[in-house]
Design a protein around this ligand. Structure first.
Ligand SMILES: O=C(CO)COP(=O)(O)O
Length: 138
């Protein structure tokens, strides 16, 4: 069965970028079938890691979250993987909240950590013992 290409948003805060890259590499073959969009720095890192074109909006603090929010409001985003940082406040926190809010408004699936990204895209089940509840190392 042929899977229709979708537009997937990928965003991570600085302390979460490696997590997102690791997750994206684990889903590389699947991601290759889709159009990827990202905030600026995240998009550059992902393009290098995946060897796949990534449409890059502005960096988050410079309006990238809002640009992805605008894409959502135009019906142009099918899912968002946003590894936001729960331990470090972002200077553009209102933009972060606005982006997550628009995902809820428009019923766009959004994964905020690796466990939820795997559930959304990887067929993991909730009784998987894959997800350790380790204290994050910063
Ligand atoms: O700040 C971000 C999302 O809120 C991410 O921006 P960058 O990908 O440019 O680091």
């Amino acid at each position: 069965m042929r899977v229709t290409s979708r537009t997937i948003g990928l965003v991570a805060h600085d302390h979460k970028k490696q997590d997102l890259i690791d997750w994206a590499l684990s889903r590389r073959d699947w991601l290759a079938g889709h159009r990827l969009v990202a905030t600026g720095t995240t998009g550059g890192l992902l393009a290098d890691a995946l060897g796949q074109a990534v449409h890059r909006y502005n960096s988050g603090p410079l309006g990238g979250d809002q640009q992805i929010g605008a894409l959502i409001s135009e019906g142009g985003l099918d899912a968002l993987v946003f590894f936001w940082d729960p331990l470090y406040p972002a200077p553009h926190d209102p933009d972060v909240k606005a982006l997550l809010r628009l995902c809820s408004v428009w019923n766009v699936p959004v994964a905020c950590n690796r466990a939820s990204a795997d559930l959304m895209f990887g067929g993991q089940s909730l009784d998987s013992d894959t997800y350790h509840r380790d204290i994050p190392v910063y």
